[in-house]
Design a protein around this ligand. Sequence first.
Ligand code: IMP
Length: 430
Amino acid sequence: MKTVAVVGTQWGDEGKGKIIDLLARDADIVVRFQGGNNAAHTIVVDEQKFVLRLVPAGALHPGRTCVIGNGTVVDPIALLNEIDDLRKRRGFDTKNLKLSYEAHMVMPYHRAIDQARERRAGKRAIGTTGFGIGPAYEDKMARVGLRFDDLTNYKAFEDRLRRNITEKNAYLKSVLKAKPVNGADIIETMKRERRRLLPLLCDTGEFLASAIAADRRLLFEGAHGTMLDIDHGTYPFVTSSNCVASGAFAGAGLGPRMLEAVLGVSKGYTTRVGGGPFPTEISGYLADSLREEGGEFGSATGRPRRIGWYDAVLGRMAARVNGLWGLALTKLDVLTGIDPVKICVGYQYKGSRYDTIPPGRHSIETAKPIFEELPGWREHLTPVRSFADLPRDARRYINRVGELIGVPITMVGVGADRDATIVLTNPFTA
Ligand code: IMP
């Protein structure tokens, strides 16, 4: 197959970065289509850790073209800093990076609004990353956002930026009782950095369509996860974009027939950061040890992640909404030594059993998970490179997950390093 999307099937942090990095070896172009620097893909190369927030994971493979599509919201300064870091540490060449003219900018006032709202919400806070993502998408939908193509007419851009700063500062001061942003600083920074941004701009939809016509291999890099999707996730504890596979069409400017396979990524257990319902959540010693063993602290914010068992009800929902072709099950090594291992196979809600999420916005808050217990394993999985060499009970666990969600398991993650993945089927060579 030539066009493949990778999406998270849980609340983000499923280990997509490593899977995308692995598939990027076989791709010519890697494309981000939604979200902003609230995403963080961690990839370990030669024991060096890289956290990519905006630049697609292809950047770690020389010669790949990286595209940031129109569906993203991009903090221009965060992007420039990330490019500088990649250039220094990896010799990354910006000729290989294309940023959509139509992508929207995240400005300092978006961050200020995001953080002030979260502070004021207290216990009702969403637990956002605080990077201004929601407010930037609000401006896009309200048709007052600033797009990168606006930089091509700097005078008009500056006028609109000034207007936005005035309005947002009034809102920050009088409604949110927060400190206004320094407008002069923002204008000065944009005037200075504009020259570095302009060469990156591209009609990325046309570029990708030509690449497909030329038989190039495209990898669409989903950020966050299905349960954080603005429509299909645990609203309002979600992010402000469509993280599901169909987001790739609007967010990269292509039609649905252009995508041949969608690979979902799940951890062998579940994590989430921020507030919101989490039916299989656990606490205490087991949660603490999984958090330590799995390094479950947010890559973007450093916050400790909440921990739970694998939830096949959510897995089934993710399989449906993304049209999954296969599933990569990551971090199986973290479950070593846990016996028994539990999987949520259904929910009990208002006296009935459900195999899907019960209807109603609040059902997931009170639905009780029904668990199945499977025997654990003691062997270290990290050196294993073939499915047949995995311990019998680990294989049984993996197969059971696939069976419960109705999707073949095509990859298994057994460690943090770039090569610690068992590939059963590679969508680019299948
Ligand atoms: P926002 O995207 O910063 O607005 O945050 C909204 C919700 O999505 C919060 O619960 C965040 O913790 C969560 N979130 C956003 N990005 C990620 C991610 O990449 N991984 C995990 N959670 C995320």
